[in-house]
Design a protein around this ligand. Structure first.
Ligand SMILES: Cc1ncc(COP(=O)(O)O)c(C=O)c1O
Length: 397
């Protein structure tokens, strides 16, 4: 075993018993480069992060320029820092008018935590409704709302007053009441395996929230920034969230997240108690500069092209062992009969130069979420390797 692998196993906290242990030397565009000339086509973008591709030159230039001006100077919310201001202005210009105030944080989980606190403060209520098979993060609050008892159970007690409903079940929406502070939902459930609800469902959720005075919190951490073909997935649904939650693809590879609401809603965090929601590094200037550069790149992408590339994956991945392909745009889940086949195919793909994985709550589905700049010839090559790997695994059965 290489020295670095050994050091990794000794000094970095484990998240599973079987880490992949691939050693990455560099990454560019859609490719990851390892030791000894190994390379992989990246079909997962660091889990929907590298939408603009790895080390996009505009992002690298923005990071370099800002790092040489200033990095951290003061906790979030006190000083006027132009990378934060310019980013918040550019982002909110692309969103519905009511989403005009950004609270910048460092990650998706943190953005979810902030959204939950904001909904409680604004409504004066404490019940939160979330959905089975939803993933919203690993911090205690986010963990309390994720939709899997397996993941929640070992960390109890968690937050009280959380209700989980079945996703895509209209009659379950009766649970939303005047006691509900907010409903937190993904427009397409990422970790459930790229699950897209029936037409009209998200609108029904929005209507139930409106009727009961509950805030609608849309988690676009995985689906935002053109991943599913529109700037935000909610924009295909004819609804406007009260709070929008972002991270992952936002920073073009740098860590940043946000929860965004109207100025009126957001202002409740500023007093009683004063400084009731604060962060040292939230909206780090280097990350904001990266986010602005990434935003300029993603907004030039053509949503129809992203959908076409998704279709190319679908039409190329035809095999009797592939039961279905779920999702939208370039957030796809390739379904196999069981987890065992999927994990063997994934291992074989990695061996053959395609980097992919499974979904947290759908281990029988392979994730396809490459950088959005992937080219057709790379899609064909990736699909050829997946099919070759599948053939090998099924002939070994
Ligand atoms: C939909 C969704 N929400 C929240 C999160 C948590 O984000 P982070 O890992 O940045 O805390 C994730 C991460 O996978 C996610 O997919």
């Amino acid at each position: 075993m290489s020295n670095n692998r050994q050091l990794f196993l000794t000094h970095l906290a484990p998240t599973s018993d079987a880490p992949l242990l691939l050693e990455i030397e560099s990454a560019k565009g859609v490719e990851l480069f390892g030791k000894d000339g190994k390379k992989w086509l990246d079909l997962i973008s660091g889990i929907s992060v590298s939408n603009v591709g790895h080390c996009h030159p505009d992002v690298v230039a923005a990071v370099t320029a800002q790092a040489s001006k200033y990095m951290h100077v003061m906790v979030y919310g006190e000083l006027v820092q132009s990378p934060q201001v310019e980013y918040a202005h550019a982002l909110t210009t692309l969103l519905p008018e009511s989403l005009n105030s950004c609270y910048l944080v460092n990650s998706g989980s943190e953005a979810i935590e902030g959204a939950m606190k904001l909904a409680k403060r604004y409504t004066g209520r404490h019940e939160i409704i979330a959905f089975n098979n939803a993933y919203h993060g690993s911090t205690q609050g986010a963990l309390s709302i994720i939709g899997s008892e397996y993941f929640r159970n070992s960390y109890r007690p968690l937050l009280p007053s959380i209700k989980h409903l079945d996703y895509n079940n209209i009659s379950a929406l009766n649970e939303i009441s005047t006691e509900t502070a907010c409903v937190i939902i993904e427009v397409i459930q990422g970790e459930a395996g790229a699950v897209f609800p029936s037409r009209g469902y998200i609108q029904a959720v929005a209507a139930a929230c409106k009727k009961n005075g509950a805030l609608l919190v849309i988690d676009e951490i995985q689906t935002g920034f053109m991943r599913t073909g529109n700037f935000m997935a909610f924009m295909d649904e004819n609804i406007v969230p009260d709070i929008l939650v972002l991270a992952k693809g936002m920073g073009g590879g740098m860590p940043i997240g946000a929860f965004i609401a109207s100025r009126e809603i957001m202002t409740t965090l500023a007093s009683n108690p004063v400084l009731g929601h604060i962060t040292t590094f939230g909206g780090h200037p280097v990350c904001c500069a990266a986010a602005l550069a990434a935003l300029k790149v993603v907004t030039k992408l053509d949503g129809r092209e992203i959908e076409r590339k998704g279709e190319l994956f679908r039409s190329s991945l035809v095999h009797p062992e592939i039961k279905s392909i779920s999702g939208k745009g370039l957030l796809l889940g390739v379904e196999f009969e069981n987890e065992e086949i999927n994990k063997k195919v994934i291992a074989e793909c990695i061996e053959n130069g395609v980097f992919t994985d499974w979904f947290l709550f759908a281990p029988h589905k392979m994730r396809i979420a490459p950088p959005l700049i992937i080219e057709d010839h790379q899609i064909f090559m990736a699909c050829e390797i997946i099919l070759k790997s599948l053939k090998k695994v099924t002939s070994d059965k």
